[in-house]
Design a protein around this ligand. Structure first.
Ligand code: NDP
Length: 333
């Protein structure tokens, strides 16, 4: 698979270039709004071509797929340009700023018969897959509740648009709640129906929220409690799933790396659960390559990205209005 990178971003630099190359992908070019930044990025990562022209990047015949990791308000137009040029697309989350925009991206890809995937890495983790398998195999009985702990400290080098730019899609809800929505959907295999929520600015957010807590109702009757923040240096991350026959405690698993631990507690006692510790982003790229070759779906589809965004939008709306909000998933199912 021959890739173009749209966005000279931190996530591309830190994870995705390595993941694409480790999976046998070739990175043919990088595009940035600044030609100089694109040139510097290309030189740093030994990428043969660079530029600031989106159309030029998209119409390159030497490119099969595009990875979009710009700020969130740019994803829509860049994805549509890539799809128009018949490229498969792996797009960062949140797919877009509005549900309609995200739906338009997925519809366009479907009509063109192209792969369109969302880079929700957590469902690629061995830890999350192990938790999902424990639930699906009935080890904890009927699921009563899920608690998602995802309050972290945003490192200084990322304290830009995320904490001060509503226009770029800043705020912890578009940034982290979307991931948590995908985790809940992946683990429980059902979609949140309605949410109540509170949000706050607790030290970093300037015009956007840096912290959110919400409770989601699931069709089965299970309840999900979700906590995201940019301002918690020592909280650690994790998730707990509680069922009628047992509880699962997964520590340090809401991360970009294959770390953490899982304990299963039942009437028989406490058991440490082993899981595969492969690279999360490589697994996403592996599934994308397979999907583009006709071998099934990507790890997280475009529809998964639409649904995680729908939940995040409902959380923000619920927090802003102090009301219970029914999640609007639009007309794609
Ligand atoms: P960055 O802030 O590093 O990059 C975003 C954009 O900012 C770049 O595309 C670039 O624009 C611009 N930019 C970068 N450096 C500079 C600079 N020195 N001066 C001015 N502009 C600059 O963002 P992230 O990599 O943290 O996030 C990018 C996207 O990836 C977001 O959608 C985010 O939600 C998502 N993300 C997903 C993760 C995951 O695990 N799935 C993890 C982290 C982020 P240009 O393209 O024009 O050069």
């Amino acid at each position: 698979m021959r890739w173009a990178l749209i966005g000279a971003s931190t996530i591309a630099r830190q994870y995705m270039i390595g993941a694409i190359r480790a999976q046998g992908g070739k990175i043919m070019r990088v595009m940035s709004a600044s030609a100089q930044r694109a040139r510097d990025f290309a030189a740093e990562h030994e990428i043969p071509a660079s530029g600031s022209d989106l159309e030029e990047a998209c119409r390159d015949d030497a490119v099969d797929a595009v990875y979009i990791s710009t700020t969130n308000e740019k994803h829509l137009s860049q994805a549509l340009a890539a799809l128009k040029a018949k490229k498969h697309v792996l797009c960062e989350k949140p797919l877009a700023l509005s549900l309609n925009d995200a739906l338009a991206m997925v519809r366009t890809a479907d009509e063109a018969g192209l792969v369109f995937a969302t880079n929700h890495h957590l469902r690629c983790a061995g830890s999350h897959r192990a938790v999902r398998a424990l639930i699906a195999s009935g080890r904890i009985g009927r699921v009563l509740s899920l608690r998602l702990h995802h309050a972290v400290f945003l490192p200084p080098h990322l304290q830009g648009w995320r904490i001060n730019s509503p226009g770029a899609g800043g705020g912890v809800i578009p940034d982290i709640t979307v991931h948590d929505a995908d985790v809940a959907r992946f683990l429980l295999a059902e979609d949140p129906v309605s949410v109540v929520a509170q949000m706050a600015s607790s030290g970093l957010g300037d015009g956007v929220e840096d912290s959110a807590m919400s409770v989601w109702s699931m069709p089965s009757g299970a309840m999900v409690m979700s906590h995201e923040s940019f301002t918690h240096p020592f909280a650690g991350s994790g998730l707990e799933v509680h069922g009628t026959e047992g509880s699962i405690f997964a520590r340090d698993v809401m991360t970009q790396n294959p770390i953490g631990s899982i304990d299963l507690v039942t009437a028989s006692g406490r058991e440490a659960i082993a899981f595969d510790r492969h690279d999360l982003y490589q697994e996403g790229v592996r599934r994308f390559h397979l999907a583009a070759a006709g071998g099934g779906e990507p790890a997280a589809t475009g529809l998964d990205g639409v649904k995680s965004l729908a939940v995040a939008l409902a959380v923000r709306d619920a927090a802003a209005r102090g009301a219970r909000v029914t999640v609007n998933y639009g007309d794609l199912h």
